[in-house]
Design a protein around this ligand. Structure first.
Ligand code: UGA
Length: 434
């Protein structure tokens, strides 16, 4: 099939590449000429495991092409995916200007029947609005489909190629059949393609992300309470998670959820409710608790250093909002760095992938180490913000000689408490005894 993908951000790029992998002829369109030129030369503009191989292979096979021309994109694809940003606007709602602006341009360029697919996370009713905007410019037949994406950064290729489910929101049989044909190779294992109306599909995405964010936040509160009563959250998690109604996944407490999706989507769903006079009390609490959780290590650090961290040096391991990505959007590490700097502390950081992005934000206010060991040299404490595998089994003896004092604040519960005591560390983690 011929497919166009408008927008080569994280979702668009993975979608385009994986659709090319199953033999479709894909044209990816982006207004950023520099990025398009790079991609034409085979350079993947983001860090995502396994994407590189698929990207090169499909460019070589001429199934994956790039352009800056929306006109070419509209002419090329029988199915046109909109994978455009929906950033948070000032009041927490999703900003639809990219999606609706593009819909308007598509309306002016349409010459024959096309299926326009909303892949971006968009508020309920957007498919209807996209449809109205396109219709206002053309009489040509078209359909608008809502097809939310559930892939995770760091596992995006695997999630796209082997999805647990595909959600298609459409009221047009013609569009549904085309979409089913496109996705059939991805659900050979028997996972379902769930067909529904556009609004339900749009809400499914927000409900799924908000539920997961709530699950994590609930566990963060249980962890905080564990500390009050002397319980161990690892044991509580194991005891709870084995109940199949609860499930083992997404029960790991830490220093809050981040990324480009959960924070934005929870706020957007809350705001959509408010706009319609519905108060999502639970989401309001999730937002509030997560904001506090991101900075939960700061008072602990201050207490340990008798409220005097001015001039102290802190090593930070992990800057990305989670492992296997260079994405630092809403990453807890950023809040911790800001808080430490504002209190006059020095910060030396290391992350396997996210350093260039952090450099853009903090410039020379902090020190960028070449590796994890260098970051800890002469630091008064180590703070762990992201659970990269690289940080899981450090040489503790080396760490002790490198740090000024054997102190670790672990926001991701990487180490065994007993082992840390035996090693002679002061070790503070989340929801477990210090
Ligand atoms: C999330 C969803 O998991 C995807 O299904 C969805 O497609 C995507 O958003 C999106 O809307 O595009 P992602 O943001 O890549 O994916 O990351 P997750 O793996 O879900 O992690 C989100 C945050 O939750 C991270 O900061 C992570 O550290 C945190 N988390 C996750 C926890 O604190 N505890 C857990 O047990 C799991």
């Amino acid at each position: 099939m011929k497919v166009s993908v408008i927008g080569t951000g994280y979702v668009g790029l993975v979608t385009g590449t994986c659709l090319a992998e199953t033999g479709n002829n894909v044209l990816c369109v982006d207004i950023d000429k520099k990025k398009v030129d790079k991609m034409k030369k085979g350079v993947v503009p983001i860090y995502e495991p396994h994407l590189d191989v698929l990207f090169q292979r499909n460019i070589k096979a001429k199934r994956l092409n790039f352009s800056t021309s929306l006109k070419e994109g509209v002419e090329h694809g029988d199915i046109i995916f909109l994978a455009l940003p929906t950033p948070e606007d000032g009041d927490g709602s999703a900003d639809l200007s990219y999606v609706l602006g593009c819909a308007s341009d598509i309306g002016k360029l349409l010459k024959c029947y096309k299926v326009i697919v909303d892949k971006s996370t968009v508020p309920v009713g957007t498919a209807e609005r996209v449809c109205e905007v396109i219709s206002s410019h053309t009489d040509v037949e078209f359909d608008v489909v809502s097809n939310p994406e559930f892939l995770r950064e760091g596992f995006a290729v695997d999630d796209f190629l082997k999805p647990e489910r595909i959600v298609i929101g459409s009221s047009s049989q013609k569009a549904i059949e085309l979409m089913e044909k496109l996705y059939k190779p991805f659900v050979r294992s028997g996972n379902p393609i769930i067909i529904m109306d556009e609004k339900s599909a749009e809400l499914t995405k927000y409900a799924a992300n908000s539920f997961l964010a709530t699950k994590i936040t609930f566990m963060n509160e249980i962890a905080n309470f564990c500390e009050k009563v002397g319980a161990d959250v690892d044991k509580v998690r194991a005891g709870m998670g084995t109940d199949s109604r609860i499930g083992k996944r997404f029960l790991f407490p830490g220093i809050g959820y981040g990324g480009s999706c959960f924070p934005k989507d929870v706020k957007a769903l809350y705001k959509s409710g408010k706009d319609l006079g519905y108060e999502f009390d639970i989401l309001n609490a999730v937002i509030k608790v997560n904001d506090i959780q991101k900075k939960i290590l700061i008072p602990r650090i201050e207490t340990y250093f008798n409220n005097d961290i001015k001039g102290k040096t802190f090593a930070i391991w992990g800057l990305a909002f989670k492992p296997e990505t260079d994405d630092i959007r809403e990453a807890p590490a950023l809040y911790i760095i800001e808080a430490l700097l504002s209190k006059g502390a020095n910060v030396q950081v290391f992350d396997p992938e996210a350093m260039p992005n952090v450099k853009l934000k903090f410039g020379n206010q902090i020190l960028y180490a070449l590796n994890k060991d260098e970051a800890t040299v002469n630091a008064d404490a180590l703070i762990i913000c992201t659970e990269w595998s690289l940080f899981r089994t450090p040489d503790f003896d080396k760490l002790k000689t490198s740090l000024n004092q054997p102190v670790i604040f672990d926001g991701r519960n990487l180490y065994d408490i007993k082992e840390m005591q035996q090693e002679g560390f002061y070790y503070s983690s989340i929801g477990r005894e210090t």
